[in-house]
Design a binder for this molecule. Sequence first.
Ligand code: FES
Ligand SMILES: [Fe+2]
Length: 440
Amino acid sequence: MLSREDNDLLTGTSPGTPMGALIRQYWIPVVTSNELVAGGRVKRVKLLGERLIAFRAKNGRPGLIGEFCPHRLASLYFGRVEDAGMRCVYHGWQFGMDGRCLEMPNEPGGGFASKIRHVGYPCEERGGMIWAYMGPASPPPPMPHLEWTLLPDAHSFASKRVQECNWFQAMEGGVDSSHISFLHAPLDHADAEVTRELDAASFGVGSAVQTADRAPRFEVVDTDYGVLIGAQRSRPDGTHLWRVTQFLMPFYTMPPTDLDEKITQSHIWVPMDDANVINWMVTWHPDRPLTREEIDLNVAGRGAHVCDYLPPTSEPYGDIRTSANRDNDYGMDWDAHRTRMFCGIPGFGVQDQAIQESQGEIVDRALEHLGTSDTAIIHVRRRLMNAARALRDRGTPAPGRDPESFHVRSASVVLAPGAKWVEGALPRVMAKPGRQLTLA
Ligand code: FES
Ligand SMILES: [Fe+2]
């Protein structure tokens, strides 16, 4: 459990909050590259409680500026995209990519424009995604070397959706790998058809479910970029299945891969505001492009991606609200719930969304009762709260200063009883062979 004060610290991300300030130390994904055309339509987005406009200038550069024009607060959603910036359609004020006001055609004389500075965040494009840096450092820090951002775009597939709950409880679902034996499992762990489907869709859940060990032992190790989380299950032959999850500062989780599988996935839990989170999912293969089948499986909602959306609106992220939602019981199949599946909601990703939203807008952690299977959650909470407090109170730089340290994967390995799991998993965890983990 957490005190109300700690819960507020963990969950509050709007401007002026310590957690919001911590997250602003890192690059944040905004939209996928193909959502913005040079000189084309802009998009309303909202990040950390701040409404913004994402656009691509005519020169091709992506930009992110405050939605409301600093003159009289008209929405720049209706603005004109220019060569290297945007112009408000109300009175024609022009803004550069960095938010500098460059022109005020309705004002006599020229002095006023230089006094106005609008919100404009630096953007970068990597791994088929547009990223923004919303923090105070100038120039911004280097981008983290996340593996898929270093690969050709065809090696990865990214999707995103809005979940109607606080970012942290959604991310707790990504940290907690004991729930897979329940929420995502068949009623009968030997139901081969279902476990096979789980494996095809989610890379590794089936092999964990098949062990029939539903009470994994958790161990955590602090690294410079975040936390390495091992969950150990006993296999019928006496060996141990170690499923290794990564938490990377401040909002990435990588669920374990399948055994002997290089396809890796990462969630990115980006706070939109305190009651909504953008749940990004990225799937990538380090050595080859993803096949059409691998992508289609996820587009069809059989993996952890959810790509079935309600008709789009122009509100922030109004085009990624999922068709399966609270209003329709997430498509619950009560018959499957009774006869075959532990949960019954179709689709791996929707199961997570339904259960995370069911916890309420913001979980009241003063009321919870944590067990040993929550070890990793307790640890990640503490890591983030300590970092947020240290930044607020002492100006301590956020963890993960070395971009190269983010060049890691999750894993699953089978080890003999007593074997050291960090050592055993290391060759699979390090994306660059031979590199060592830097422990915090
Ligand atoms: S409100 Fe934007 S230029 Fe007047
Ligand atoms: Fe899950």
